[in-house]
Write a new protein. Sequence first.
Length: 585
Amino acid sequence: MIRRIIYIFVLLSCVANFGQENEPKYSFQFTDQSITTVLNIIEQKAEVRFYYDEAWFSGQNFSGAFTEATLTEILEGIFEETTLNFFKYDNTKIILTQNSIIYKDLPEGFFGKEVDTVQIASNNIRVTSSPVFSNIEANKSSEISRTVRIGKENLADSRSSFKISGYATTKDQNQPISNLSIILNNRNSGAVTDDNGYFELEVPAGTSIIKTSSLGIEPTTTRVIVYNDGNLNFQLAESVEFLDEVTVEANAAKNVEEAISGSTELVVEETKNIPLVLGERDVLKVATTLPGISTAGEGAAGFNVRGGSTDQNLILLDNAVIYNPSHFFGIFQAINPFTTKDLKVLKGGIPAEYGGRLSSVFDITSKDANTEKIAGEAAIGPVTSNLALEIPVVKGKSGLMLGGRGTYSGWILRSLKDESLNNSKASFYDAIAKYTHTINEKNTVRAMGYYSDDAFSITSDSVYGYNNRLLSFQWDHQFNDKNAGSLIVANSNYKFNIGYEGNSDNNFDLGFVVDETEAKFKFTYLHSKAHKFDYGLSTKLYNVQPGYLEPNGDNSIVVPQTIAKEKALEGAIYLSDNFEVTTNF
């Protein structure tokens, strides 16, 4: 059997060689002549007729020499560096095609019969691959911006997929686009461009859909018909919106005719009768009911005081700055109501010790622990649970207050039947600890630690997270009946992070960190019952990490980037004179 196969193979080779030897041979010399001119010369000498579209050769020239070569060899040499194929029809007509090949006969087995090879009459080439069809009708879509044919079909190439590569640049400035996601056929396969905008992608033969997406770049959808290895470049438009210049004008000569100052103190124990929000008391929501204070909007954190923006409010927890006092889009506060003593809201005439904030000051004080007996509160709500404990350490002198809150909203989301919410995440918690120690009648020490953490992702490929960390120490000392002072050291740390996990290998973590440490000496001199002086000095050190970008996972190709850290140091000396206006003054 093997000997018979060898005989057949030798016979076919002899027939093919005999056919090639009988094919007429020609000699040509071409020097930088247009392709159309070259084909006209061949038509006259070889007495054949070419069929093609002249637009295919616009601006293309050819140089080369052929000596005693067959017409097949001459055409293969002319079209070697192009995407053109040719088909000889009854030795007098030659049809040119772009990318694809004209098949005189389909391979046996194309419709199900299993054979290894079949000989095609044209060019005496053995077919080892299936024909490539451009199934454009099955991929019609209004999103498709263009159709691109890539490569040159080769009968002898048995591969079922090919490699395409290219560059992605901006349309206006021709700058490389890095970290551009290139997704193939809406699957989890694709590529990401490097810093130079270069990419490589393995694509199956035939018609495919390629989508591009990146932050700040308009998405595109391209239909590609792949015949062989080739190049595909993208020139994409930026989706940045430029705003017109805004000029704010005011009457500088107009003086403030009336200054209305306001100071309100809320005692948390007195707010127990207010309506609950999902089973919780929210002291900050109570504050928004005061005159001059309004919420930032539905589903938004923060509040506006007398027209000021949300970032113009100073929020303190035991003298430490808390940057984000809310959980889950502002629906819950980040301050445990069971561990909070009172809240002082300053909307006007803000004392100098707070640094001259533009809008308001929310000064929150946590409870001192019960030093006589163990006490506590607990609550279980539909979304969150709270716990607060007060534990005496040294009876009558010192105690430890502990508080914690957590949510099971993530478990609730996963329990819903909506499939779009199965991968959602919504969790937060906060914890506080405060130690109070009375050394003697003139000295009291307080130390507080607080931490909160949020992470949420609602039907998204990104997880948004942030956390607050506060530390504070305060030593109060009574010098005499008229003079008192305090030493305060506080540290605040706020972190924000976005964790992205998409369809390609460009997963990343993006975030920033703000850290500040403050030391303050403040003193009070009581001149009389109606006249008091507050004075002191303070210094604050800022450490800011403006931003960082890190790869998320071992397979991520994101290049780590970190903006240089920044530091700042500020100092202040303040003096304020407080007096009461009476009928005798």
